[in-house]
Design a protein around this ligand. Structure first.
Ligand SMILES: [Zn+2]
Ligand SMILES: [Zn+2]
Length: 60
């Protein structure tokens, strides 16, 4: 996990900050496998479309 200060991730579906302790999900991009995709509480339940910041892949 992270050491030092917590770097707040951004939801890749809606763009807002994902707060620690929130029921979020994160996984590596299924296409490029290098970027980490985050989805916030709200977007996770609705399976909103995300966009990979590295390769531009879109998925749900
Ligand atoms: Zn979101
Ligand atoms: Zn990607």
């Amino acid at each position: 996990m992270y050491s030092g200060s917590y770097d707040m991730p951004k939801c890749n579906a809606c763009g807002r900050d994902v707060h620690p302790g929130e029921i979020s999900e994160n996984f590596s991009c299924p296409k490029c496998k290098s970027a980490r995709i985050w989805r916030c509480e709200g977007c996770k339940g609705k399976s909103k479309e995300y966009k990979c910041p590295a390769c531009g892949h879109k998925g749900k």
